[in-house]
Write a protein that binds this ligand. Structure first.
Ligand SMILES: Nc1ncnc2c1ncn2[C@@H]1O[C@H](COP(=O)(O)OP(=O)(O)OP(=O)(O)O)[C@@H](O)[C@H]1O
Length: 267
């Protein structure tokens, strides 16, 4: 079988909020392509539609509130319109999500260990002991101290930064084809930011996972991304390789975004 060039292809994606008075558009005409092992940075001002785009790709909107139009191909398989049961077999295993707010990623009433082990077991044939070992290894990779004791804790017992790293360990442990990372490092100090970025970089290099990286931090984008898409008011206004974007931004809005980044004055 011929290998597909793109792991993820988003074509003409439109997302509408449903209301009695009619539909309002949240994002329009989004086209994105991700190759194996590639990092696509998604930047743009607050409210420009980055999270809506990733939520639509993951099919996490409730159909009664939001309508998603267009095509989302993951390894050639159409995700848009897939029923929830099928989507559950895709999420976590083939396409993983690192959310902006780590608290939302966990169920408060179960320990981290229970949730981690059950997620691994629902996608593999491993027994509990094997799944626990895998969870411990995955947590070590993101610099979490004493993973065995973290497994016994409940989400509220961990700090936001620790939960963020648990979620990244979660997302990466099954070597998904695509990882969507929505501001994965914002809750972290500089040292752990570096650790997490390095870990994501290793995953893409070792397993060929493609990463859709949403970030306000242009330093993170410059370090990690191969391609960058710039969003504004629900649309992509510019999409190019990372060097071209930083050196020769075309769109006025991109120029503004680049100009507004904080500069370190070393003098
Ligand atoms: N579940 C939802 N239902 C309806 N509208 C939504 C939903 N999620 C987001 N929106 C709206 O869609 C628009 C885009 O929001 P989105 O969260 O995608 O922006 P963003 O670019 O990710 O911003 P930020 O950088 O602040 O996270 C906003 O006007 C927001 O209010």
């Amino acid at each position: 079988m011929k290998k597909l060039e793109h792991i993820l292809q988003v074509k003409n994606l439109h997302v509408y909020k449903k209301a009695a008075s009619g539909h309002t558009s949240l994002v329009q005409n989004i086209n994105l392509n991700l190759k194996r092992g590639e990092v696509l940075g998604l930047i743009g001002e607050s409210g420009s539609g980055k999270t809506v785009t990733s939520t639509a790709i993951l099919q996490l909107f409730q159909q009664k509130n939001v309508h998603v139009d267009g095509s989302i191909l993951l390894n050639g398989k159409e995700l848009n319109g897939l029923d929830e049961k099928e989507m559950r077999t895709v999420r976590g295993k083939e396409i993983a999500f690192i959310m902006q707010n780590p608290m939302n990623a966990f169920t408060p009433v179960f320990t981290i260990g229970h949730q981690f082990v059950e997620t691994i077991r629902s996608h593999t044939k491993w027994n509990k002991k094997q799944a626990r070992e895998m969870a411990v290894e995955a947590m070590k990779a993101v610099n979490l101290p004493d993973p065995a004791s973290i497994l016994k804790q409940y989400p509220f017992q961990l700090s936001g930064g620790m939960l963020q790293r648990v979620m990244i360990a979660f997302a990466a442990c099954l070597n998904p084809a695509v990882i969507i990372a929505d501001e994965p490092t914002t809750a972290l100090d500089v040292y752990n930011q570096k650790k997490v970025l390095l870990h994501l970089n290793n995953i893409r290099a070792d397993y060929g996972s493609a990463i859709l990286l949403i970030s306000h931090d242009l330093g993170v984008i410059a370090e990690m991304a191969d391609q960058v898409a710039v969003m504004r008011k629900g649309e992509i206004v510019e999409q190019t390789d990372v060097f071209k974007l930083f050196d020769y931004p075309k769109h006025e809005y991109t120029k503004k975004v680049l100009q507004s980044r904080p500069m370190l004055n070393l003098d």
